[in-house]
Ligand binder design. Sequence first.
Ligand SMILES: C[S@@+](CC[C@H](N)C(=O)[O-])C[C@H]1O[C@@H](n2cnc3c(N)ncnc32)[C@H](O)[C@@H]1O
Length: 277
Amino acid sequence: MARRSATQVRHETLAEPPSLAEQADRHALYQQAVNAPGAHIDFIRKVYRGMRKREPRVLKEDFCGTALMAATWAQRSPHNRAIGVDLDAEALAWGQRHNLELRGPALARRVALVHGDVLEDRPHRADIVCALNFSYNLLLARHQLLAYLRGARRSLLPGGLFLLDCIGGTEAVIDFSEERGCQDFTYIWSQQDFNPLDHSARCSISFAFPDGSRIEPAFAYRWRLWTMPELRDCLAEAGFTGVRIFWEYSDEAGEARHVEIDREQNQEIWLAYVVAW
Ligand SMILES: C[S@@+](CC[C@H](N)C(=O)[O-])C[C@H]1O[C@@H](n2cnc3c(N)ncnc32)[C@H](O)[C@@H]1O
């Protein structure tokens, strides 16, 4: 073993231990704070089986990031397959390692991760195509949203369903920040510079730790908050002939329940699933 010099030893003794932020993995924190793939899967299987009287088997996750939804889908059944598409090679590589390979080669073989733009035409076809956590809001121009929806419709197998989530309400169209305590960190969502003329805003996700350190921002992007009527108009224009809206209600224990509706009162913040075909 190499001998350490006196200077090296002194530096090691004086060196500050790494902060919690320095030790953290932003993708792992994001998944813990934001993703709930099991609930999305339970919802869409229930709707698909109700409408089509059979099990959906192939799921395509657009804007997949670390592809936790695709991985969870494949984990549900050895008959399930999934495709994930994202522009971010680093997020995909992280997902390949942590969400696929660590769950075993049999599962990893049933999930294909594609590095690319969701606007590009691809040969993949699926029973369920989804764009969740409001990711289509990253498409800033109407012609992009429309091109994306047309492509999503083309990638449905016969009987296939397209699943989106939508956020709205009086507080979704102003600058706001939200902090939520997670197991050993705080998740901070922020929407700033909301422009009522085009509904664009700067968004970020940050993480704060008990030792005072922060990852700020861990993720940052510009988005456009598409409204439900714009989304429905674009879905129809893209060729979708059916749409069902499922509004999220919370019971006293905070458990979410989704109920199909065709009208509701506006709220400060509301969430809804949109299912189209
Ligand atoms: C907010 S993250 C959502 C990730 C994941 N859907 C989730 O539920 O956590 C948005 C993702 O969309 C990806 N993205 C943005 N524009 C894209 C595009 N045009 N094509 C493919 N991926 C895109 C980003 O790289 C990022 O990983």
